[in-house]
Design a protein around this ligand. Structure first.
Ligand code: G4P
Length: 295
């Protein structure tokens, strides 16, 4: 997508964030990488692995209420195959949140045993939460800290303004220092982040974007697409996304003077209905295409 190439998300910011994360890493025992369950690959900043280095980590696939449950299951097994602890949850209902603390404890089980053997029982476990904007970090921290946003007192060596939250007895979360921008080197990554609404629409051509989304849905999720807009599979075969968009607009009676189709309105409708899952629980990154995922 041409227009996404220009969005480079200010590399300066990323350098600063990297430094901020690196300097805070020594204060935590593990890193929780938040991903959007609809795009578990595209919502993962590819530089993150080198930043978090050897720190124990786990994956939290958030927003699974909007993702295809079959795909979420596949992603969980792909992570498992690659020895990455992963859980799926949603901060909207709170489903799956209970698994977080036990999973962190299992990731850190050797360390916890070592602490206990040194008599350090009940040592506070500290976890840094990282993720690109809009993935649900604040929602997750809010939910985990039961809306209290209880700030932990300043610790020695911890710069003021750090976002620490207590989520249970002996368990603290640290919000991502800085903003971890997504990376758009891969054209399809930028496009998928735009589909889910992580890129501001005002910098994008909405009709082009909706057209591309319709092509993707035609190729991957034809049933929910056809059901929602009362189209048949034949209606949408071998045509461009823009033409599918016109058909959607026509079906929805979105016309402007002279009987022309209001494709802009149709585009906004399609994007909204995808983003709020009215179109169904859909996943854009397929697990089978990322068998060797690394975090
Ligand atoms: P961030 O800190 O990583 O930037 O993300 P944040 O928590 O602000 O969440 C971004 C948006 O995603 C919010 O919606 C939030 O409500 C929504 N969200 C977070 N987790 C989930 C989830 O598990 N499921 C669903 N369906 N949505 C989730 P918003 O429209 O920006 O705000 P609002 O609707 O909460 O007012």
């Amino acid at each position: 997508m041409e227009e996404l190439k220009s969005i480079q998300w200010f590399p300066g910011h990323m350098t600063k964030t990297k430094r901020q994360i690196e300097s805070q890493l020594k204060l935590v025992d593990a890193v929780a990488v938040l991903l959007d369950a609809r795009v578990p690959y595209s919502s993962c900043n590819p530089d993150l692995r080198s930043v978090i280095n050897n720190k124990p980590r786990l994956v939290v696939m958030n927003k699974c209420d909007m993702a295809d449950p079959v795909e979420t299951k596949k992603w969980l097994s792909v992570f498992k195959q690659n020895n990455i602890n992963a859980i799926a949850l949603d901060c909207k209902s709170g489903k799956g949140l209970n698994a977080f603390i036990p999973t962190v404890k299992s990731v850190l089980s050797d360390r916890i045993k070592a602490w206990e053997s040194k008599g350090m029982t009940g040592r506070t476990i500290k976890v840094m939460v990282v993720g690109i904007p809009n993935v649900g970090k604040s929602s997750f921290i809010n939910r985990m800290s039961k809306q209290n946003r209880a700030k932990v007192e300043d610790r020695p060596g911890v710069t003021r303004g750090n976002q620490w939250f207590t989520i249970g007895k002996g368990f603290d979360l640290l919000d991502t220092p800085g903003v971890l921008w997504p990376k758009f080197d891969d054209k399809s990554v930028g496009e998928k982040l735009a589909f889910i609404g992580s890129v501001k629409d005002d910098v994008l051509d909405t009709e082009h974007l909706a057209g591309r989304l319709l092509e993707y849905l035609r190729d991957n999720y034809p049933e929910p697409l056809c059901a929602r807009y009362k189209l048949t599979k034949d209606d949408i075969q071998n045509i461009e996304g823009y033409e599918i968009l016109e058909k959607v607009g026509r079906k929805r009676g979105m016309l402007i003077s002279g009987g022309e189709i209001n494709t802009e309105r149709a585009a906004i409708t399609v994007l909204d209905e995808f983003r709020n899952a009215t179109l169904g629980k859909l996943t854009l990154d397929k697990a089978e295409e990322h068998q060797n995922v690394r975090i």
